[in-house]
Design a protein. Structure first.
Length: 294
């Protein structure tokens, strides 16, 4: 293959990879991993774990690709997204649709075959609410952030269902933690890019809240709620004293960054909260799983 042809192939592969939103997919896989580990009785079945994570990653990737199809016009108006494969014209809509549907079908089929019908059902619910409830609501109301936190919090339940073939109270504890975490995380992102969201015609809360009072208060309120709920695994018998201390410190740190945003209401403070939220989730996940794997 000639060098220009090889470069073109690599570029096309990277465009298809970009459709899957790799960073979001990695977060989805991480939270599904937490659900599987926390639900596993006794020793982990690594074969079942891998199959659950692969299926979850495929469904998440398919949802992301189809989300880019649905939001291609909005993406074309926003500075940070106009270079994506569809608005930039590097891929056609039909190519992205078939790619997203194929990934979704493979993921659901794999989960149904190797992880059980419950895990596959939760994955379908996650996929459908993300695409057909949250995505269209983003153009209509700032409450879409709360609605979108529901499918965003469901991946741990996929992992839990794959490990136990049931959804116990512990699964909903993980769901609530992830639901609450998303609010300060996404409000910080929306603050940082609020001018871009305004260009895209998306009524995110920071767009409708010029002085940032309501946005920062919402971020702080949910960070405080997360601090409390993140301690629930101890009460539920899912974690011990080491997790309690670590979760409390992580939660207080996130609250501190949210309070800083509430007091200063600057882009710098919003970026600080965003970075703190990015660090918080994997750190809390590791704390939970380390306690279970000992």
């Amino acid at each position: 293959m000639s060098s220009p042809a090889l470069a073109t192939t690599r570029s096309t592969v990277m465009d298809y990879l970009e459709l899957t939103k790799p960073r979001i997919t990695c977060m989805v896989v991480l939270t599904a991993l937490v659900g599987f580990v926390m639900a596993s009785p006794g020793h982990l079945s690594y074969a079942r774990l891998i199959s659950a994570l692969v299926g979850t990653a495929l469904v998440a990737s398919g949802a992301s690709a189809l989300n880019m199809v649905l939001e291609r016009d909005t993406d074309a108006r926003m500075r940070r997204t106009r270079g994506r494969p569809l608005p930039a014209g590097r891929l056609h809509v039909g190519e992205a649709v078939w790619f997203g549907l194929a990934l979704t079908a493979l993921g659901v089929g794999e989960l149904l075959w190797l992880s059980g019908s419950l895990a596959a059902t939760v994955a379908i619910v996650t996929w459908s609410t993300y695409l057909f409830v949250y995505t269209p609501l983003k153009r209509r109301t700032s409450l879409a952030t709360l609605v979108g936190a529901v499918p965003g919090a469901l991946p741990p339940l996929i992992g839990w269902a794959a490990a136990r073939q049931a959804l116990d109270p512990g699964a909903y504890v993980l769901f609530t933690i992830l639901f609450l975490w998303q609010i300060p995380h996404f409000l910080a992102i929306a603050w940082i890019y609020r001018d871009d969201y305004a260009l895209g015609g998306l009524p995110m809360l920071p767009v409708l809240d010029p002085d940032g009072r309501l946005t920062s208060r919402q971020a702080l309120a949910h960070a405080l709620a997360l601090l409390v709920v993140s301690l629930a695994p101890v009460a539920a018998g899912m974690a011990g004293p080491a997790y309690l201390a670590g979760a409390a410190l992580l939660g207080l740190g996130l609250v501190a960054f949210a309070l800083r945003l509430a007091l200063r209401r600057t882009g710098e403070a919003a970026r600080g909260l965003f970075l703190a939220s990015v660090a918080y989730l994997p750190a809390l996940s590791i704390l939970l799983m380390t306690g279970r794997l000992r």
